[in-house]
Design a protein around this ligand. Structure first.
Ligand SMILES: [Zn+2]
Length: 294
């Protein structure tokens, strides 16, 4: 991926220096965060921190009303010369360009999210963000939260190296922001309270596969605009989609696969929906809620 030299976003907020957030005093659980993979997160928690995955999943499953987006001052920018942060800023800028275009074509205006770089823990409107949760989006403050150490986990523990795999992860989280702007997040949250656990899981799978499809739309639009993909890039994103599929994670974690407990979709489904977005570049093609065949 030839990302160097492209525009960088002003919406990156660097919280990596300083106290590390202090555990979120004053922030309630104002909403439910949406991550790259709850099971992935649990797996990481298990592997790195020795936390029981079921506990982690329980914490992430908590509901609540989205909070109002707070007024915010200018973001603390990453230092110049920080290549990893520059990469994230560049990918974020490309999501801004891609979605601004999609929204404009649909007669609407895109409001870009902020992306917070942090280390360890940080306060969010969805409760205290922890690196063990993996990257996530909080609808309550409309921010993507990323501890860049996740990229090492993605590469080494989950077997998904490559900068385009990392870009896919960022695009997936931004896709949850797009779902929030489109009112999809809110509709799904309203439905969640009235359904059984397995129905909630099934709903979550549709949300997540749509986010993968939206990430594919980003890949389509940004490639059209920048022609920055190199040989092997699409494969590395497809590999990441497979590695964080629920079946792959469960097989790695417990040796057995239980489809009714899936929250993000199987490897094949995640690859298929990313490909749908990539091939079509069309939001309508990403209607995972009105399809029989996921
Ligand atoms: Zn997600």
């Amino acid at each position: 991926m030839r990302w160097e030299g492209n525009r960088q976003s002003d919406n990156v907020e660097d919280r990596r220096s300083g106290s590390g957030g202090g555990g979120g005093g004053g922030f309630g659980f104002g909403g439910k965060s949406i991550g790259i993979g709850t099971i992935v997160i649990a797996l990481i928690a298990w592997g790195v921190f020795g936390i029981n995955p079921l506990t982690t999943i329980g914490v992430l499953g908590g509901g609540g009303q989205p909070a109002q987006v707070q007024q915010q001052g200018p973001a603390q920018k990453p230092p110049a010369g920080d290549t990893k942060a520059a990469f994230v800023s560049t990918v974020l800028a490309s999501t801004e360009d891609a979605w601004a275009q999609v929204f404009r074509d649909g007669g609407a205006q895109y409001r870009a999210p902020r992306l917070v770089l942090y280390r360890g823990v940080t306060p969010t409107a969805c409760g205290t963000g922890q690196a063990a949760m993996g990257p996530f989006y909080c609808p309550g403050d409309q921010k993507v939260y990323l501890d860049m150490n996740f990229f090492d986990t993605l590469s080494r523990q989950l077997g998904a190296p490559g900068d385009f795999a990392q870009a896919y992860v960022i695009a997936h989280e931004v896709a949850h922001h797009v779902q929030t702007l489109l009112g999809i997040t809110q509709k799904v949250d309203a439905m969640r309270g009235r359904t059984s656990q397995s129905q909630q899981n099934a709903l979550s799978v549709r949300v997540e596969l749509q986010a993968d499809c939206f990430a594919g739309i980003w890949a389509n639009k940004s490639q059209q605009a920048k022609n920055w993909l190199e040989q092997g890039d699409i494969e590395s994103a497809m590999n990441a989609a497979a590695r964080i599929g629920d079946d792959a994670i469960q097989r790695q974690q417990t040796g057995t696969v239980r489809p009714d407990s899936f929250t993000h979709g199987s490897s094949a489904q995640r690859q298929r929906w990313f490909t749908t977005g990539l091939k079509t570049g069309n939001v309508q093609a990403c209607d995972t809620f009105n399809t029989q065949a996921l």
